[in-house]
Design a protein around this ligand. Sequence first.
Ligand code: FES
Length: 189
Amino acid sequence: MADSKPKLPKSSEIEEPASSDRRGFLAASAVVTGAVCTLAPLGAAAVFVLDPLLRKKTGGEGDGDGFIKVATLDMIHEDGTPVEAKVIADRQNAWNLEKNAEIGTVYLRKVGENLICFSAVCPHLGCFVQFKGDHYHCPCHNSQFDIDGNTTNATPPRPMDTLECKVEGNDVLVKYQTFLAGLPEQVTV
Ligand code: FES
């Protein structure tokens, strides 16, 4: 004779609704927590890596248009003899800000009523070009330039690099830039 008693389910077969909800909640919490734990450090890392790129590279005593004061008018020779002047500005080097760093050297020369400015960086391979009384000379590989910056031997690939300069009141300002070495044209870095 068949057993007519209703069978009770085993305890393992009982699905507790409350327990199922709790598991869902825990799973969702784990996903959210995992996402936060993953994305927060990534965001922080992105800010850390990009930070130097977002900062201003250099800044000096100038007019906010890239011009930096390098001399005063009374320093310029009336007879056209070049004057060597240091370019001082704040330098952003990756994560370090160096205040009032020497970022370059220029030569200033009065020609008639005009002021011209040469970078002292040799266009051959980047050494320091020296003024030698009536011409410029780079000791690294013997590049030679006349007083107007034109090449006078075959070593340099181009004349000395010129920079924009201007006079404001008694101040001489230069828009300091660097250029790629070894090219026949002046190409900004
Ligand atoms: Fe000036 Fe080569 S770097 S001559």
